[in-house]
Each structure stands twice: as C-alpha cells, then as structure tokens.
Design a binder for this molecule. Sequence first.
Ligand SMILES: C[S@@+](CC[C@H](N)C(=O)[O-])C[C@H]1O[C@@H](n2cnc3c(N)ncnc32)[C@H](O)[C@@H]1O
Length: 334
Amino acid sequence: MKTMIEIFDDHSGKTTLKWSSYIKLYEKLFSPLKDKNVNVLEIGVQNGGSIEIWSKYFKNFANIVGCDSDPKCVELEFANQNIHIINGDACSESVQEKIIRLCERYDIIIDDGSHISHQIIDSFIRYFDALDNGGIYIVEDIHCSYWKEYNGGLYYPKSAMSFFKRLADVINFEHIGTGKTRQDLLLGFNTHSGEHIKEETLSMISSVSFHNSVCVITKGEPKLNTLGELMICGTTSSICNKHTNFDSKNLPPSQESNFWSTLKTSPDEEWETLKEQNLLNEKKISELTNFIDEQNNKIQSLEYSLDAVFDSISWKITKPIREILYLYRRKNLK
Ligand SMILES: C[S@@+](CC[C@H](N)C(=O)[O-])C[C@H]1O[C@@H](n2cnc3c(N)ncnc32)[C@H](O)[C@@H]1O
C-alpha cells in the first residue's frame, strides 16, 4: 500500500499543487481511514489532480464529490463512476442541495475553493452538518485569511482564522462561567440566511487544530466533547491533598464580575463596531460643520447687504422721516 507521499510522487495524471507539509499532515489524518468506504467532498477541483490522488489513496472509497464554480471542470473525465463533479458556487443553496443529494454524510470534507474568508466560513457552516461523526473537515491555504485580497487581515475579526480561533472557545464553553451559550460566542458570525449557527452544530465540534496554512476541525457526539468526570487514582498525596475533597460541581467559578468574560462581544468585534460608529459620527460632524459654514456665509452676505443699504443715498435722504416716525411712535406709546 502506497503512502500519500508515494502516490503524490508517482502521480502522472491530472495536475494538482499541494505544499509538502499538507501531504505529511494528510498521511497522519487519513491513514486510519485508508481502507474504509469513505465519502470525500472537495470544494475546488480545478484540474482534478487532487480528486485522482484521493481516489488512489482511498482504494475502497464510496464516493468522491468535487465541486467547482468553473464550468469547465464538468468536462473532466475520471476512470471511476463514483467520482462526481458538481459545477457551481459551493456557497449557494442549489449546489449545497446537489452535494447533499449525492451523499448525505461525508467522512472528509476539504475546502480548497476560493480561500476568501467569508466563503470559507459560509462553507463550514453549510457543510459541517453533512460531516459524519468522527469526520474531518479541512480548510486548506488558510494563510489567505491574513490577506486583504481574500477578505482577511491579521486582526480582522471576521477573517476565517478569527472564526476558527473562536471555535476553540466554543469547545471550552462549559468553563467560561458567565452563562454564555456556544452561540453567544459566535454572535458576529451568522449563517448565510442571517441566523445564528445552531447550538447543536456547535456542540458537535470535537477539536480544532492549526497547522501551517491548514485548519482541521473534527466532529463527534456532544457527550464525548465534554470534560467528563474527574478521575482520581493513587493512594499517596504527600505534596498536596486538596483534590481528595475537591468538588467538581462548583466548577466553573462564576465569572459574572469578570470584566473580560462579560463583554457582549470580543474586544476586536467591539472595536470594529465602535470604529464604524465613529466613522458615522465623523460624517455627521462634517455635515454639521458644512451647514454652519453655509449659515455663516449667509450672515456675512446679509451684513454686506445691510452695510450697502446704510451707505445708500436713499437711506440718508429718508433719515429725517424715520426720526419723525420714531418720535411720533414714542409719543403715542406714553
Ligand atoms: C486551488 S484550486 C483547487 C485545486 C484542487 N483542489 C487541487 O488540489 O488540485 C481552487 C478552485 O476553486 C474553485 N472555486 C473558487 N470559488 C469557488 C466556489 N465558491 N465554489 C466552488 N468552487 C470554487 C476555482 O474555480 C478553482 O478551480
């Protein structure tokens, strides 16, 4: 049986490009599934080389589904009829339906599509539910999450890396101590239809691991994703015996008075909201400043007009009449 590296080195069919570290990582991740009837989904087919590599590695695969928005990909021909190519945007309802219709549960899902942060997140939210228990979800080339060309940036709160880093908190949500739900931790990341990601979906995330340019998320039964019971063994505690009457029911300690735990959103998201508000305020200030300038100009031009009236001959000639009228009014008022 050839290893992934050997298959890659010997491959002479359709082309594919993969960084060497990915191949080593995939060997580790995929070897337990090597002989199984796996269902594999890959978003991003291009020349079809990776699809051929998966089909050579998983000799007994059930289905390999590739999805690509490039219509030319459907012209690719493969030796095995259980390789299916779907054309279209993986982040669309119609394509999602086709992918699920072909196979309801996948063992492996690889996102090697657009690498654009919001599409990576959208795809994860769409397809993680279709991953089987014990399945592996892989996001390739997540280094793009650091680049604005791919809707990313190191501290951008909506980047794909920010999203997957937050999943680490989702896994540990039972220790947060504020009553926040898993959904609360992802309030800034909604589904394509604007709803919050389902609590049930989030409860099935077993692990998130980061490798150079690859993020791996595994799925498992919610009860297997909890901390479980505290197990103590051994009979001698000569250094510390606190654990002998340790009550795990008092965990986590309440964090309701912890400023950093009770923020509604993460500081980076809050900063983003405040920045947007600030921009709106600056726009309003500039509009009001322009309005004041316009009014000042109007006042100045009225003052010029008034000066011109006072300087006019007619104003000077009619001065005695105004004085008589003034005296007359004062007399009548008394
Ligand atoms: C990096 S290539 C895939 C390479 C292939 N996985 C391999 O290893 O040989 C990315 C592919 O994703 C496709 N793509 C980009 N955005 C997509 C989307 N929203 N849905 C489906 N495919 C997409 C592109 O057309 C392109 O062919």
